[in-house]
Design a binder for this molecule. Structure first.
Ligand code: F6P
Length: 592
């Protein structure tokens, strides 16, 4: 299958397996038998072939001659790199970028048809082409009067029908008019789900827990999440819970995910063995797109909350996936504010000019860092413990969306897309991996700060109270990364000469700072939508499909009785030394 194809007019060349490009004989026939024309049409879609991409590549040489220490002295530049929307400040002046870089990135966005792609998403076009679906998580938080069509049908009334059903059901559970099989009020919820049916709701729950309005509304209620198929996770989740007062919500888009279904059967057994089979209808409800399977499982279809195939799993927190468990815990009115926050960013993303558009700017800068400056990772560093589950959620949204090796048309990418996301709240992260980001590898950082803490400060008489201490770190770290510390500075501080190399920091390490006025349900919704749209922008510019996940599907079907599993089952002593067919990529397995 190996061929080399050169497109004369652009100088673009492709060498490799045409099978990778989907260039089968059948495909060629579909293109009037003209295989080369078919390939050429696909090649034309690669953003890396375009003049703006090449211009940015050449521009890297210019940027390499600069240092953030110098760039930060240009006050006009710095002012132009600070924008505000609805009380949220984005400062991207500590990016290795000039005004010229930004203008080149906007040209790249134009070349990638970014505006048209954003419009296509909001218009419900089938931009998830490999699954032939619309991508309409924005419809999940649209106001009632909005019209958003998918396949010629306005989906907003369906969305609100489910939201109203959630409002009604969660009110009944919370006010005790819906009770368990033994007549007791249901004050605990276990939400079973994994991946997108878990990480987003877990993030929002963790962020709301210490918000005063939300925690007051939660009263003494408990919300737990069972995700892992590990029996340890089951034990931890049911530990200390009275099942008579527990409601289980099974959350699964497909209702076929192995881990979720096994955990659902486990808790069904937990309930029915203690309270009888008929108790299941009072103690188990479901969220799914597959209502037939919900019914088959034994959950009353009246107690099922629908969503739709145009909602990707990792984008589903604003559907019943998140809204049901979170409303049971905090009340629908709190979660409605979360949806409103996300909606405000949707409107901003859809309408603000690119120069003032937070998700667009963040997305373009990510592309700049990954594809041009060659920094493949990103650290997400919220300076509040309430956002401790932000990074795990964004890891999935980002890496599952943009960790792709082919363009949306199926052409193998000649560049690497996606980024490696990780993170930890500050200041904890500072005592964990900041050594590496200050002196080792260059990792662009997202610093997220909150002006007004969710909680009152303690020790008010201290010169610097807890929140001030936290925020001093939030402001100081980006500067330390940008400016570093020079040999001259160290010498003027009389640092012992043998320590000077160890205490020298090159600086010139990029970051962005995002400052939110507070962290309530509305702001949490905004933060979620900023990240969702930033990730979409990256994918739109790279020209990939950010909305499928074939890699995850591959991992879901390991060769069942592989050498590895076979030997494990037989208890073979040499198992650790055997190469495994289970994991064909470079890996190692350690079994205790
Ligand atoms: O983790 C991969 C994934 O396919 C996600 O996209 C999805 O959210 C998750 O699995 C769980 O799938 P489901 O909601 O169908 O159980």
């Amino acid at each position: 299958n190996d061929v080399e194809i050169v497109v004369a007019e652009t100088g673009w060349s492709y060498k490799g397996d045409v099978g990778e490009a989907g260039a089968t004989v059948e495909n060629a026939k579909a293109y009037n038998g003209n295989l080369v024309a078919h390939l050429r049409s696909m090649m034309g879609t690669l953003i890396s072939d375009t003049a703006p991409w090449k211009d940015l590549k050449a521009h890297v040489g210019e940027i390499d001659k600069t240092h953030l220490r110098d760039l930060m002295t240009d006050t006009d530049r710095c002012k132009s790199m600070m924008i505000e929307f609805d009380g949220i400040f984005l400062d991207y002046s500590r990016q290795r970028a000039t005004v010229d870089t930004m203008s080149k990135l906007f040209t790249l966005a134009e070349e990638a048809h970014l505006k048209q792609k954003i419009n296509s998403m909001f218009n419900g076009e089938h931009i998830n082409s490999t699954e032939n679906r619309s991508v309409l998580h924005v419809a999940l938080r649209a106001s009632k009067d909005k019209t958003i069509n998918s396949d010629g049908k306005n989906v907003v009334p369906d969305v609100w029908q489910v939201l109203d059903k959630i409002r009604d059901f969660s009110d009944k559970v919370r006010n005790g008019s819906w009770v368990g099989a033994t007549g007791k009020a249901l004050t605990n919820v276990i939400a079973i789900g994994i991946g997108g049916s878990f990480l987003g709701p877990m993030f929002v729950h963790t962020a709301l827990q210490t918000d005063s309005e939300a925690s007051k509304s939660a009263g003494g209620r408990q919300l737990r999440f069972l995700a892992n198929v590990d029996p340890v996770d089951v034990a931890r989740n049911i530990s200390g819970l009275n099942l008579e007062t527990t409601l289980v919500v099974v959350v699964s888009k497909t209702f076929t995910t192995a881990e979720t279904m096994l955990n659902a059967r486990t808790l069904r057994e937990w309930i029915s063995s203690a309270l009888g089979q008929q108790a299941v209808s009072k103690h188990m409800v479901a969220v799914s797109t597959n209502l037939k399977l919900v019914e088959k499982f034994g959950i009353d279809p009246n107690n099922a909350f629908a969503f739709w195939d145009w909602v990707g799993g990792r984008y589903s927190v604003c559907s019943a996936v998140g809204v049901l468990p979170l409303s049971l815990q905090y009340g629908f009115s709190v979660i409605e504010k979360f949806l409103e926050g996300a909606r405000s960013i949707d409107q901003h993303f859809h309408s603000a000019p690119f120069e003032k558009n937070i998700p667009v700017l963040l997305g373009l800068l990510s592309v700049w860092n990954v594809s041009f400056l060659g920094y493949p990772a990103r650290a997400i560093l919220p300076y509040t413990q309430a956002l401790e589950k932000l990074a795990p959620h964004i890891q999935q949204v980002s890496m599952e969306s943009n960790g792709k090796g082919v363009s949306i048309d199926g052409v193998r990418l000649p560049f690497e897309a996606g980024e490696i996301d990780f993170g930890e709240p500050g200041t904890n992260g500072q005592h964990s991996f900041y050594q590496l980001i200050h002196q080792g590898r260059i990792i662009p950082c997202d610093f997220i700060g909150i002006v007004k803490s969710q909680q009152p400060v303690y020790l008010r008489d201290e010169v610097v109270n807890n929140h001030d201490e936290l925020m001093s770190n939030f402001f100081a770290q980006p500067d330390a990364l940008a400016y570093g510390k020079t040999r001259e500075q160290l010498q003027s501080e009389n640092v012992a000469s043998q320590l000077v190399p160890h205490k020298t920091f090159t600086g010139n390490r990029p970051s962005i700072s995002l400052l939110l006025p507070s962290l309530d349900a509305y702001r949490i919704g905004q933060l979620l939508a900023i990240y969702e749209h930033r990730i979409a922008v990256e994918g739109f510019v790279w020209g990939i499909n950010s909305f499928d996940q074939w890699g995850v599907e591959l991992g879901k079907h390991p060769k069942s009785e592989s050498n590895f599993m076979h030997r494990v089952r037989k208890g073979s002593a040499d198992v650790l030394l055997e190469p495994t067919t289970l994991l064909p990529e470079i890996s190692c397995c350690l079994m205790l």
